[in-house]
Design a protein around this ligand. Structure first.
Ligand SMILES: *Cc1c(COP(=O)(O)O)cnc(C)c1O
Length: 737
């Protein structure tokens, strides 16, 4: 520790370093970095919603320099800067050996939404979260990676619930100055402006750069003074407006994205379309090739050789379809730049190319113009091959060229601080300070075993199966410690929920504000459900047996309680009715106090819930889930899954590591499915979940429950990571064959 005061140069360097870290989303998965910003302004951290950039505006430069004169604080800051530099300059990444080809010619990954952190709310749901986690892992692995999306200046909507328990939406303007983004500038230091044709107009757009560790994501922004207002508003809201807005947003994303990359001199080796929204990028690639003298069929086959496509849902409404008139209108000028009859382009989006009335489908375009396509779980692969068999009528259905790579999550980004600190402590405690035997892969290198390197040491191991294998061992961590962790996490969630409900102004049926401590029981089995309120996810399914559920909730000896959260799409009234129903039950039924709905679901609420709940409930109407990822976030914190065998859970569940609702099959009719699933849910809840949770031994420990937690950590956590997933994408699809 330094004894003499820091010099002015040292202070300047530390302050500059912190400013740099705040503008790289790396800090969102560095516990140490977050603690520094939090310590600078603890209240600000809460009120500014964990925004590192805003904290550095809140704390003046002068204050920062004064605070850095505290040697203990200064040492921690310089340690964070050291970790950041080590991360950014690591020459021994996985890609260094395994994916050299992608360094000079990166993967260009196009997605209409990205979810990184609660301070940058430009994701609507799981698709965006997956894109964010994909980017973080691409950075960790050292893969050349550039993301493309839109800068929605009002982001995704904020949810409020009105007096009729009806979801209402409101929007707040994001201020780029307070966000971890920086403008992309030209040589003169002015915003770099690109132009493209949309409808009958030329539309100008600029871009914001988000640094995600070593990866970069560019967010396109049409809010330029030279544009007409309706074009400026193309980048107002995530999936905002009508189908005209939608097609124009997708033109900006796909066509504009390619134009921006070219302007920046980025030459991707592969264009990865995350869902059909981005598929217009193929038309820009075709246009480029024809401008360079290729004919249409050459341009198509060369474009196809550069593109990959991931489909994300079997739900019909999830596949954008635009009428021929709308295509004509939106592409009025762009189409003239492709020296081929527009009818030929329209065929690329049609199942039956001859049918002039068939709408133009983005998924069809993406499938026709990519060298490989994949679904996001094994079952989803099967369903997608059936769904798109019509495009490959000559092939047997098993040979429809859609494979699968099961989704994952970025572990460090999702593990709560409480959990991370425990592992860190465990791996640096005096009894365990040796380099853990068998942990590590050759690519992750050998690390010095001094204490300063310990955090990055364990953090680099967190994706390896060997790391999680230690959880099987009660010498590494005892049942008592795991149980203590679970109580700590549950309490943190309940205190968070109570504070949120207080802010929400939750009232009881008779109009009084609810008393803080009447809500939720810190000792009770806590079941969580939070995700988009798309109707196929069937949030209220568990309440089909209301009387039975009330009985379980009110059981004095073995109480059960429920925490719900989630947003319905602004135009989805059925989803809003689900929310209304659940909130109604929480206020007016006998579930009062045992069921709460937390408003305004987002990444932060998600992190609290997947860590604090004992059980993560998922009741999609099989096989519509595709993959699902929220249950993966639960696993690494000791929260057990209770789910329909759909998507990832069908692959993860092995009978010992959580709970399954029903069988690996589903009924034909929707009504029958709902009935059977709700009966099975009640059965497993009463026969397995509740007995196991409350089966305590003489020491008060539910040994078998904890055994399931251990099994979940050993068998699920290392398998369902984006570290594994991005490696699979790289080996199977990204690298040239
Ligand atoms: C993980 C996550 C999702 C996806 O949840 P699923 O249950 O997989 O649909 C959606 N929204 C947020 C904020 C998330 O963190």
């Amino acid at each position: 520790m330094t004894k003499t005061p820091l010099t002015s140069e040292q202070l300047t360097a530390l302050a500059a370093g912190l400013n740099k870290v705040a503008r790289n989303l790396w800090w969102t998965w560095s516990q140490e970095a977050q603690e520094i910003f939090q310590e600078l302004s603890p209240r600000g951290w809460q009120n500014l919603y964990h925004n590192a950039v805003a904290i550095l505006h809140e704390v003046s430069d002068y204050e920062l320099r004064v605070r850095l004169q505290d040697p203990y604080f200064a040492n921690r800051v310089s340690e964070v800067l050291r970790l950041f530099d080590a991360y950014m300059n690591d020459q021994h990444t996985w890609a260094h050996d395994q994916a050299q080809a992608l360094r000079a010619n990166p993967v260009a990954y196009f997605s209409a939404e990205f979810g990184f952190h609660e301070t940058l709310p430009i994701a609507a749901g799981g698709l965006g979260m997956l894109a964010g986690d994909h980017t973080k892992s691409a950075s960790d692995l050292g893969i050349g990676f550039v993301g493309i999306s839109l800068f929605y200046r009002e982001g995704y909507f904020q949810q409020a619930i009105d007096a009729n328990n009806w979801q209402t939406e409101y929007f707040t303007l994001l201020n780029p100055k307070n966000l971890p983004v920086e403008p992309v500038l030209n040589e003169k230091g002015e915003p770099l402006v690109c132009r493209m044709d949309i409808g009958m107009n030329q539309v100008a757009f600029q871009a914001w750069r988000a640094n995600v560790g070593r990866a970069v994501v560019y967010l396109l922004d049409a809010n330029r003074p030279e544009n007409e207002q309706h074009f400026r508003d193309l980048t107002q809201r995530v999936y905002g407006g009508d189908s005209t807005t939608r097609i124009m947003q997708e033109m900006l994303l796909g066509i504009g994205g390619v134009k921006l990359l070219r302007t920046l001199g980025v030459q991707p080796s592969v264009f990865h379309m995350n869902e059909g929204h981005a598929a217009f990028l193929t038309l820009e690639l075709v246009r480029e090739k024809m401008a360079a003298g290729k004919n249409l069929s050459e341009a198509l086959s060369q474009t196809k050789a550069e593109c990959l496509f991931t489909t994300h849902t079997p739900v019909e409404a999830g596949h954008d379809r635009f009428s021929p008139d709308l295509m004509d209108y939106a592409m009025h000028r762009f189409r003239t730049q492709i020296p081929a009859p527009f009818g030929e382009i329209m065929k690329l989006g049609r199942v039956n190319p001859q049918d002039q009335h068939e709408p133009f489908c983005m998924t069809v375009l993406a499938l026709k113009l990519s060298r490989a396509a994949n679904a996001v779980s094994e079952l989803h692969g099967r369903v997608s091959r059936h769904m798109w068999h019509c495009l490959f009528p000559d092939k047997p259905v098993e040979q429809v060229p859609i494979g699968h790579i099961t989704n994952g999550i970025h572990l460090l980004g999702w593990m709560k601080g409480t959990v991370r600190r425990l592992w860190q402590h465990k791996l640096t405690a005096p009894s365990a300070d040796e380099t853990p035997a068998g942990v590590g892969t050759p690519h992750e290198g050998t690390r010095p075993t001094d204490v300063r390197a310990s955090e990055p040491y364990w953090a680099t191991q967190v994706n390896s199966p060997e790391f999680w294998l230690r959880l099987a061992d009660d010498d590494f961590i005892s049942d008592e410690e795991l149980w203590a962790l679970r109580f700590k996490l549950r309490r943190e969630l309940i205190e968070f929920a109570r504070r949120r409900l207080l802010i929400q102004g939750q009232r009881l049926a008779h109009g009084d504000f609810i008393a803080f401590d009447q809500l939720l029981n810190p000792d009770a089995l806590t079941i969580g459900f939070a995700r988009r309120f798309a109707t196929y996810k069937r949030a209220p399914l568990i309440f089909q047996q209301l009387e039975n559920i009330v009985r379980l909730a009110c059981d004095k000896d073995r109480p059960v309680q429920f925490i719900f959260a989630g947003k319905a799409h602004p135009r989805d009234d059925d989803g809003k009715r689900f929310i209304q129903h659940i909130i109604h039950l929480s206020k007016y039924s006998d579930l009062q106090g045992h069921l709460v709905f937390i408003e305004n679901y987002d990444v932060h609420v998600a992190r609290q819930m997947v860590s604090g709940c004992d059980v993560w409930l998922n009741t999609p109407r099989r096989p519509l889930e595709a993959s699902g990822t929220s249950g993966m976030k639960a696993g690494c914190q000791g929260c057990l899954n209770l789910s329909i065998l759909d998507g990832w859970w069908r692959e993860g569940y092995d009978g010992t590591n959580g709970f399954a609702i029903g069988e690996d099959s589903h009924a034909d009719s929707v009504e029958q499915q709902d009935r059977v699933d709700s009966a099975n849910l009640y059965k497993v809840l009463t026969e397995e979940v509740i007995p196991l949770f409350y089966q305590r031994d003489a020491q008060g420990i539910p040994r078998q429950w904890i055994q399931r937690i251990r099994r979940a950590m050993v068998t699920l956590v290392p398998q369902f990571t984006t570290a594994r997933m991005v490696r699979e994408y790289t080996e199977k699809y990204y690298l040239p064959k």
